[in-house]
Design a binder for this molecule. Structure first.
Ligand SMILES: *[C@@H]1O[C@H](CO)[C@@H](O)[C@H](O)[C@H]1NC(C)=O
Ligand SMILES: *[C@@H]1O[C@H](CO)[C@@H](O)[C@H](O)[C@H]1NC(C)=O
Ligand SMILES: *[C@@H]1O[C@H](CO)[C@@H](O)[C@H](O)[C@H]1NC(C)=O
Ligand SMILES: *[C@@H]1O[C@H](CO)[C@@H](O)[C@H](O)[C@H]1NC(C)=O
Ligand SMILES: *[C@@H]1O[C@H](CO)[C@@H](O)[C@H](O)[C@H]1NC(C)=O
Ligand SMILES: CC(=O)N[C@H]1CO[C@H](CO)[C@@H](O)[C@@H]1O
Length: 483
C-alpha cells in the first residue's frame, strides 16, 4: 500500500520541470535577473536592492516604498505552472491591511494568483529568524509607527496554475500602509508542466494536445513540421538541422540533448572556393579513377556559388582526420549536386571503409540508407540540371585516425556529381574524454577533469576520494575491493 502511494507521488512529481531557480544561497551577488519596478501599477524600472538579515547572514531581495514590484519574463511552452518563493514580511500597522500579491502576466492580461492581506497582529515577533531594524542606531529607533520586531517568513507554494501562453511574466508586488514596511524575497523556484516538444502551446503533455504550433496550425491537435524543416529542436521549433553542438536527432526527428556530440570541422562553406596556390579541395585528397585518369582542379561555379567537382566514373575524395583516441562516431552533413543520375547509381560515404551510408538513385527519386535527407531542390546552372540533396549521416569509427571518403558508383560517363558545405561533428564516448575504453566508457579524461566510474567530472563527487593517479574512487567500489 505504502509502495503504491510512493509510486503515484513519484509519477506526479516527475512531470514538473524546473525552469528557474535562484537566490537560495546565503549571499546574493546580483538581483539584476529581475526588474525592480516602481509599484504594482507603474512599470518604471528602479535600481535593484539587496539587504541582509541583521541576526544572520541571509541576504534577500528587498521591496520598499519606491520599488514595490519585482518582475521577470519567462518563456517555456507549458500547460501548468508552479511557483515557490520564501517571503519575509517586515513590519505592519495595527488595524490596517497591507497586501502582498503575486501576479501572472501575459499578452492577454494579468491575473492575481496569490493575495495576502496582513496587519500587525498577523506577524509574529521572530526577530531571531531575520531581524532588520529600522534606520539609525540599530535599536529600532528609526521607525515611528511600526514595530520593527515583527517579522515573518512564509514559504508560498502555488501549484498547478493552469496557463498556456508560452511567454509569461511573474510579478511580486506589495501595497504598504506605512513607508517603513518592507518585503524580502528569497529561494525562487519556478516549475512548469511542459508541452510536447512539437507544440508552441498546449492543453496537456502529449503531441496530440497542441493548441498552437511553431509552424502552421495543429491538425487534430498535432503539429507537423514541413519537409524543409523536419526536425524539432526544444524551445525553438521546426528546423532544417539539429544544432551541431550537443544535439542528436532521434528516430522521431526530435533533436535530443547529448553532451557527447560537438561541432569540429567545416569545409567548402564560402561562395568562392579558390585556394590561393593550393588546390581548392585541400586538405581533402582527390582519388582518381585508375581507368579514366585525370588531373583536374575540381572546381566549378554554379550561379556564383563554387562547388568541388565534377566527379566522374569511380573518382572520389577523402579527408584524413587528426589523431583522436576518444572519437567513437562522426556526424557528417554535406550538400551533393547530382547530374543525370541513372537508376541504381550510388553515392557512398564511408568512415574507415567499414562504416557506410549511401544515396541510391531509384526509377523515380533517391533512397537514403544510414543517412537522412535534410534538404532537396532542383537547380540548374551552366545549362545542366542538378538534384541538390543535403544529407546527414552518423557513422561509427573504431580507429584513432579516421578517414572520411565520398565515392560514387555510376554506370555512364555522363553521370556526374559535385559537393560543398560539409560539416563534421565529433561524437566521443563521453564528453571531456581524451581516450575511450569502450563505446561508452572513458579511460583518460581531458586535463582539468577526473575520471569517475568511466565518466569525466570536474571534481570528485562527495561520496568518492581522489587517488594519486588522478581518478576518483567511489567508497562503494572501495568496499567491494576490501571484500
Ligand atoms: C503607484 O505610484 C503612483 C505614483 O506615485 C501612485 O499615484 C499610485 O497610486 C501608485 N499605485 C499603487 C497601486 O500603489
Ligand atoms: C514582462 O516583464 C518584462 C521585464 O520587466 C517587461 O519588459 C515586459 O513588458 C513584461 N510583459 C508584459 C506583458 O507585461
Ligand atoms: C550550409 O548548409 C546549411 C543547411 O542548409 C545552411 O544553413 C548554411 O547556410 C549553408 N552554408 C553555406 C555557406 O552555404
Ligand atoms: C524526390 O524527393 C524529394 C524529397 O522528398 C521531393 O521534394 C521531390 O519532389 C521528389 N522528386 C520527384 C521527381 O518525385
Ligand atoms: C588508478 O588507481 C586505481 C587503484 O589503484 C586503479 O584501480 C585504477 O585502474 C587506476 N586508474 C588509472 C587510469 O590508472
Ligand atoms: C573543457 C571542456 O571541453 N569542457 C566541456 C565538458 O563537457 C561539457 C558538456 O559537453 C562542456 O559544456 C564543456 O565545455
Amino acid at each position: 500500500m505504502f509502495f503504491t502511494i510512493f509510486i503515484i507521488i513519484q509519477l506526479s512529481l516527475c512531470d514538473w520541470r524546473l525552469i528557474y531557480s535562484n537566490y537560495y544561497s546565503e549571499s546574493i551577488n546580483s538581483a539584476n535577473d529581475w526588474d525592480f519596478k516602481q509599484n504594482c501599477s507603474i512599470n518604471q524600472i528602479q535600481g535593484s536592492s539587496i539587504k541582509q538579515c541583521g541576526t544572520n547572514p541571509l541576504e534577500f531581495l528587498r521591496l520598499k516604498d519606491d520599488k514595490t514590484k519585482l518582475e521577470k519574463e519567462f518563456y517555456y511552452p507549458h500547460y501548468q505552472i508552479r511557483i515557490i518563493t520564501d517571503v519575509i514580511f517586515f513590519r505592519s500597522l495595527p488595524g490596517a491591511d497591507s497586501e502582498f500579491n503575486i501576479f501572472l502576466v501575459d499578452n492577454f492580461g494579468s491575473s492575481q494568483i496569490h493575495q495576502r492581506p496582513y496587519q500587525e497582529n498577523d506577524l509574529q515577533t521572530y526577530e531571531k529568524v531575520c531581524s532588520y531594524s529600522c534606520g539609525g542606531g540599530g535599536g529600532g529607533g528609526g521607525c515611528s509607527n511600526v514595530d520593527d520586531q515583527r517579522v515573518e517568513i512564509k514559504t508560498i507554494v502555488l501549484t498547478s496554475i493552469v496557463h498556456n501562453t508560452p511567454n509569461f511574466n511573474i510579478s511580486y508586488c506589495f501595497m504598504y500602509q506605512d513607508n517603513d514596511m518592507r518585503i524580502g524575497l528569497r529561494n525562487f523556484l519556478i516549475y512548469v508542466k511542459p508541452c510536447h516538444f512539437s507544440c508552441l502551446s498546449c492543453s496537456e503533455s502529449t503531441e496530440l494536445n497542441c493548441l498552437t504550433c511553431y509552424q502552421g496550425t495543429p491538425l487534430g491537435g498535432k503539429c507537423l513540421c514541413d519537409e524543409a524543416n523536419q526536425y524539432v529542436q526544444l524551445l525553438i521549433g521546426c528546423t532544417q538541422e539539429c544544432n551541431r553542438d550537443y544535439y542528436l536527432a532521434d528516430s522521431k526527428q526530435h533533436c535530443q540533448f547529448d553532451p557527447r556530440i560537438k561541432s569540429e570541422l567545416s569545409y567548402f562553406t564560402s561562395n568562392s572556393l579558390t585556394n590561393v596556390n593550393l588546390l581548392p579541395y585541400q586538405p581533402w585528397t582527390f582519388i582518381p579513377d585508375p581507368f579514366y585518369y585525370r588531373n583536374q582542379e575540381m572546381l566549378i561555379s554554379c550561379s556564383g556559388i563554387d562547388l568541388i567537382g565534377q566527379f566522374y566514373n569511380y573518382e572520389g575524395i577523402q579527408l584524413e582526420l587528426g589523431l583522436n583516441k576518444a572519437l567513437k562516431f562522426i556526424r557528417i552533413r554535406v550538400s551533393f549536386y547530382l547530374n543525370s543520375w541513372q537508376t541504381d547509381s550510388q553515392l557512398i560515404i564511408t568512415v574507415d571503409s567499414f562504416s557506410r551510408a549511401s544515396i541510391l538513385k531509384t526509377a523515380t527519386n533517391y533512397t537514403y540508407s544510414q543517412s537522412s535527407l535534410l534538404y532537396y531542390n532542383s537547380i540548374s546552372c551552366l545549362g545542366l540540371n542538378y538534384d541538390l540533396v543535403r544529407i546527414e549521416t552518423v557513422l561509427k569509427t573504431n580507429s584513432y585516425n579516421s578517414i572520411i571518403r565520398f565515392q560514387a558508383v555510376t554506370g555512364l560517363q555522363s553521370e556526374t556529381w559535385a559537393f560543398r558545405n560539409v560539416t563534421i561533428d565529433y561524437g566521443l564516448c563521453q564528453n571531456n574524454c581524451t581516450e575511450c575504453e569502450t563505446y561508452s566508457r572513458c579511460l583518460i579524461c581531458d586535463s582539468g577533469y577526473q575520471l569517475y566510474r568511466g565518466t569525466c567530472v570536474s571534481s570528485c563527487p562527495i561520496h568518492s576520494i581522489l587517488l594519486t593517479n588522478g581518478t576518483c574512487q567511489d567508497y562503494e567500489d572501495l568496499i567491494e575491493i576490501n571484500i
